[in-house]
Design a protein around this ligand. Structure first.
Ligand code: ZN
Ligand code: ZN
Length: 67
């Protein structure tokens, strides 16, 4: 993963690949839950999604919204 494409999500604090998200400051997971943008179809390998680089850990706020 190239470093300049890595962004930190404002909500869940995970690194993510900004080319994979519709939003500059949110990972695809958070932007989909908070704003209805298209989520990444995550492919988790090890501790991260190999497509968007999200670390699979949502913030507590996001976890509550998912319920
Ligand atoms: Zn996030
Ligand atoms: Zn993903």
């Amino acid at each position: 993963m190239e470093q300049h494409k890595i962004q930190i999500c404002d909500e869940c604090k995970s690194e993510f690949n900004k080319e994979s998200s519709e939003m500059e400051k949110l990972c695809p997971e958070c932007s989909s839950i908070l704003y209805g943008y298209k989520n990444c179809e995550h492919v988790i390998k090890g501790k991260r999604c190999i497509k968007c680089y999200w670390n699979e850990k949502s913030s507590e706020y996001i976890e509550q919204l998912k319920k």
